[in-house]
Design a protein around this ligand. Structure first.
Ligand SMILES: C[S@@+](CC[C@H](N)C(=O)[O-])C[C@H]1O[C@@H](n2cnc3c(N)ncnc32)[C@H](O)[C@@H]1O
Length: 203
């Protein structure tokens, strides 16, 4: 039976090594991540990239000095990322966010999530947000970048842009929101972009 995530592997596998066939691949790190890294040079340690695709965000995080782990559900994406950054000491591996290995739990000082939550149907929201939250170490930080929409707006999907209040699930699962920004980013896929920074604060 086909799973909701099978199309990612098909897309990467059928791309013939041409990144122009991967709609979200820019072959450069997310500018909001680059800005965050340059403003937070005191943050160091182990980092995790969720749904890393072709690996550019993982490379930027590794360049910033983190011991970097990056995973994606697509074997072809991971093979491609490993080939692009083979001289780099980045641990790229194939994992499903819903079946993470035990050693990922509360293990990362910095976690970066960009555009994975919105790529899965809305019914997966609580489960994926709980899974991402579970990887952040005590005192660790999580930076989330996601496309968003206003109440009442309809987009066919995928992607399925987030409503601002869905980000509240990160707090429900135990993180504290430190920063939040909204950008206008109107397209046929979404109307807004959200950037949110969380911390797993000791209580
Ligand atoms: C829209 S892309 C975003 C890729 C990258 N994070 C970026 O910002 O360019 C979503 C990525 O999440 C991966 N993905 C989807 N479902 C996943 C899952 N259950 N576990 C791990 N990765 C998943 C896809 O293969 C894809 O590479």
């Amino acid at each position: 039976m086909k799973k909701d995530t099978d199309w990612f592997e098909e897309l990467y596998n059928n791309a013939d090594g041409e990144s122009c066939n991967i709609p979200w691949a820019k072959l450069e790190p997310d500018p909001l991540l680059v800005e965050f890294l340059s403003n937070n040079t005191n943050l160091q340690g182990r980092a995790l990239v969720i749904g890393c695709g072709l690996g550019d965000d993982a490379k930027a995080i590794s360049d910033a000095g983190f011991d970097t782990v990056a995973f994606d559900i697509s074997q072809s994406a991971i093979k491609w990322a490993k080939k692009r950054f083979e001289e780099r000491d980045i641990e790229f591996s194939v994992h499903d966010i819903f079946k993470l290995p035990k050693e990922y739990l509360e293990s990362f000082d910095f976690v970066f999530e960009s555009l994975t939550i919105q790529s899965l149907p809305i019914t997966f929201r609580p489960e994926i947000i709980e899974a991402i939250t579970s990887t952040v170490a005590e005192n660790g930080k999580l930076l989330v970048v996601a496309h968003g929409k206003n109440e009442g707006e309809k987009f066919e999907g995928p992607p399925y842009p987030l409503l601002m209040n869905e980000l509240g699930l990160f707090e429900k699962y135990g993180l504290t929101q430190l920063e939040f920004s909204i950008y206008d980013e109107a397209s046929n896929l979404s109307s807004l972009k959200f950037k949110a920074l969380y911390q797993n604060q000791c209580h």
